[in-house]
Write a protein that binds this ligand. Structure first.
Ligand code: GLY
Length: 395
């Protein structure tokens, strides 16, 4: 009932930037209740997915969409189980994470994907953080060595896709894979991992961003010259538009790179991206973005709860690195997005939604796939944001 009242407070109005409408005490209770709900929901997930597969989304016929070990999102389910183990201490979540991530092991040797951070760091990285498991450490170092094989010296970036139709594409999403490399540099004492991550972040900063700090989705490079060949989109409305999840990946990526390097250029970039989002006239009052900030169907465009979850988690972290007034603004926005996601408008009913936690995420509008559905990474970053709120909310 209380959750419903909070939900009514945060939907409907049209102001571009919401202030926290929930007291700290209410917020803490909401976060705890949301983690408890998520744990119950994922207990149902455990038995719904065949052992060899990973939950991905919902099919058009309403059944669960699953993924094989090599799909880019496969690491999020074990990662979410690690977060739920952290939240609840329930050993069933640890056992489930350990069982499922076994299937991810062949990925550590792959050099045909840039998604190794998503696949391996969200799973084995959380394992290592929570259990200090030495096997996880070794798997992550192998994964990092595989990932840097995709580094292109002429571009000073890690190649994203190998699909036909591109010369050498680098997508903004690839910022997310750098966290594993920064960890690998620290852990192995091999500075090469960090050098590549920093060069990739610098190249992305130079070529992916527009004057208003929105980002292109894909920069296609000419490997012979290292020059930009084309600036395109793959999942956004148009080449010139701001695909919402891409903006969130950028925000998260530069916040993380500031944490890892203490280079203020990255902090400033993250602040500019955050301000672009939070000041955008098309940012809905509930802080759950439309799938693209420039979608022509706005206000009838579909939303992307996954973009809100990534943004929320990143804003909560960013708030820790800036001065008091800015900190409050970012923290409140991160918390407000969490309140929205925890409301009945976005959070599933218990036992429904194929056991995913959140509804209304969007994979690819141009690809006509995964429209207004649950997505495993929306759940992962939502859980991460809830835990971040719980950990840092006492400030
Ligand atoms: N990395 C792909 C996506 O965000 O959809």
């Amino acid at each position: 009932m209380k959750r419903l009242v909070l939900a009514l407070l945060i939907t409907s109005s049209t102001t571009a930037f919401a202030q926290t409408k929930v007291s700290k005490k209410e917020m803490k209770a909401l976060v705890k209740e949301s983690l408890d709900f998520s744990a119950r929901q994922y207990k149902g997930m455990m038995t719904a997915v065949p052992d060899s597969l990973f939950p991905r989304s919902t099919n058009k016929d309403g059944s669960m969409m699953t993924a094989k070990y090599n799909w880019w999102t496969a690491g999020f389910y074990p990662g979410s189980c690690w977060y739920l183990f952290e939240a609840t201490g329930d050993p069933a979540f640890r056992a489930e994470a350990e069982k499922r991530q076994e299937n991810l092991l062949p990925n550590q040797y792959r050099t045909n994907t840039h998604d190794l951070g998503f696949l391996m760091y969200c799973s084995f990285g959380n394992d290592l953080r929570l259990t200090k498991d030495t096997a996880a450490r070794s798997i992550l170092l192998t994964s990092s060595a595989s990932l840097i094989k995709r580094y292109k010296p002429s571009i000073q970036a890690i190649r994203s896709w190998d699909h036909a139709g591109w010369k050498c594409p680098v997508i903004i999403d690839n910022m997310m894979n750098l966290e594993m490399l920064m960890w690998a540099a620290r852990e192995s004492k091999d500075p090469n991992f960090a050098r590549i991550a920093v060069e990739h972040a610098n190249t992305t900063l130079k070529n992916h961003f527009r004057e208003d700090y929105s980002s292109y989705h894909v920069i296609d490079y000419d490997t012979a010259t290292g020059q930009v060949f084309a600036k395109k989109t793959h999942q956004g409305h148009s080449d010139a538009s701001a695909w919402s999840r891409g903006q969130a990946w950028g925000l998260y990526g530069y916040t993380m790179m500031y944490r890892e390097t203490k280079d203020r250029t990255y902090l400033d970039q993250a602040r500019h991206i955050a301000d672009y989002m939070l000041n955008h006239p098309n940012m809905p009052a509930d802080l759950v973005p439309y799938y693209d900030y420039d979608a022509p169907e706005i206000p009838n465009a579909i939303r992307d709860a996954s973009a809100a979850a990534v943004m929320s988690s990143a804003l909560l972290e960013l708030s820790r690195y800036v001065d008091k007034a800015e900190s409050k603004r970012y923290w409140n926005a991160g918390a407000d997005a969490l309140v929205s996601l925890s409301s009945d408008a976005y959070r599933a009913k218990e036992g429904a939604n194929n056991h995913f936690i959140l509804m209304h995420s969007t994979g690819s509008v141009p690809g006509k796939s995964e429209l207004e559905v649950p997505l495993s990474y929306a759940d992962y970053y939502y859980l991460e944001a809830l835990l971040r709120y719980q950990k840092w909310g006492g400030r």
